[in-house]
Design a protein around this ligand. Structure first.
Ligand code: PLP
Length: 388
């Protein structure tokens, strides 16, 4: 029997990093001491008090049952408290908050609740690939909004054609942004929501990096805009904030109907987050965020190490206080892939080609600041030793 993938799997874009993965493995097998600044996965461990909370909760048989798919009431209350503390936003926990098995799960499942075959979903590019793949899996069509340097890597909403907008049901934004590190202002969210109202769009915000900053305050939330809950949903995660990518916990918050639809999909495809993980996550969210602030300072220090070297060799990059990415311009005469290959082959440094996140990423590479300062200094020295 010839087994074939479904049309929806076949419609997924090709995996663009395959060739670079192969070269990285080949360079490593030559015995080169490779410094990996490729993956967007924090290198530091989860704070000890969170691990200890999991330990205790895992030992309690009350947590060994199927959880409630939309999250424990106490978890949703802690999320609502967190929004009040961090963003001055009021949420009704049992109606306007839903737990997720990592925000990726919610981002991928959300279109199944609100996108019909043939509907258009506006997605930024370069971007995290899940806005597009979730849309495709729901039978929708992604229309891309390029994030360009001349617009500070914000989408130019006026550039979206009217005939696209007439078919559109939702718009995605992600700030602080992966891969560029760009931030948005609260004014941008005002404009976005006015635009979404005009064209009757659901406004979806991926805020996974809102706490990853060296500034004293978090990045603004779309839900801070008065009336946002009429059409907005925000996807959030403990993954980057608390170095918890492996734990698989996040949440969605916002419009009650959007939360209910997402919950309906989830009740048919998963059974919620392990309660012990929810209890540990509550401890993290309820804490004074001292570890989060420390990580913010650490990433700023790491950023300075890499960026000072880029300055010395004349490579431009986006200045930002957010995320753990450096979005750097490729030197003249090279493209994204060629620059990554050169860094890997000649310096043993792994970064990610910008065009892997979408065509407008061509001409850029993304460095993830996921090595300690001495290793980053080593990477910086090796990059400085290259001739461009
Ligand atoms: C890392 C990341 C997430 C978080 O994913 P989880 O599933 O919560 O681990 C979401 N969005 C973007 C853009 C990311 O880079």
């Amino acid at each position: 029997m010839a087994i074939e993938f479904s049309e929806r799997l076949k419609a997924l874009p090709p995996y663009l990093f395959k060739e670079l993965d192969r070269v990285r493995d080949e360079v490593k097998s030559r015995g080169v001491d490779v410094i990996d600044l490729g993956v967007g996965d924090p290198d530091r461990p989860t704070p000890a008090f969170v691990v200890e909370a999991l330990d205790r909760a895992a030992a309690d048989p009350a947590n060994h049952k199927y959880p409630v798919y939309s999250g424990m009431n106490s978890f949703r209350e802690v999320v609502a408290d967190w929004y009040r503390k961090r963003h001055n936003v009021d949420l009704v926990p049992h109606l306007e908050v839903c737990s997720l098995i990592g925000s990726k799960e919610g981002i991928a499942n959300f279109p199944l609740a609100f996108v019909n075959p043939g509907d258009v979903v506006l997605c930024p590019e370069p971007s995290y690939p899940v806005y597009r793949s979730g849309t495709l899996f729901a039978g929708g069509e992604a229309a891309f909004m390029p994030l360009l340097e001349k617009n500070a890597f914000l989408p130019d909403l006026r550039a979206v054609p009217e005939e696209t907008l007439e078919k559109a049901t939702a718009i995605w934004v992600n700030y602080p942004n992966n891969p560029t590190g760009a931030a948005a202002s609260l004014e941008f969210y005002y404009e976005l929501l006015a635009f979404a109202e005009k064209w009757d769009l659901i406004a979806c915000s991926d805020a996974a990096y809102s706490e990853m900053t060296s500034r004293p305050k978090p990045h603004p939330s779309i839900l801070e805009v008065p009336g946002a809950k009429a059409r907005a949903i925000e996807f959030h995660s403990l993954s980057k904030t608390f170095n918890m990518t492996g734990w698989r916990i996040g949440w969605a918050a916002g419009n009650e109907t959007l939360i209910r639809g997402l919950g309906l999909v989830k009740s048919n495809v998963d059974s919620g987050v392990f309660q012990a993980v929810q209890l540990a996550a509550m401890k993290a969210l309820d804490s004074d965020h001292r570890e989060v602030a420390e990580m913010g300072r650490l990433y700023a220090e790491r950023r300075a190490v890499l960026c000072e070297a880029l300055d010395r060799v004349g490579i431009g990059y986006l200045h930002t206080d957010y995320t753990f990415y450096v979005w750097a311009r490729v030197p003249r005469g090279l493209d994204s892939k060629g620059f990554c290959a050169k860094l890997l082959n000649d310096a043993g440094v792994v970064c990610t080609p910008g065009n892997g996140f979408g065509p407008s990423g061509e001409g850029f590479v993304r460095f993830a600041l996921v090595q300690e300062v001495p290793r980053l200094k080593e990477a910086a020295e090796r990059i400085e030793a290259l001739k461009f």
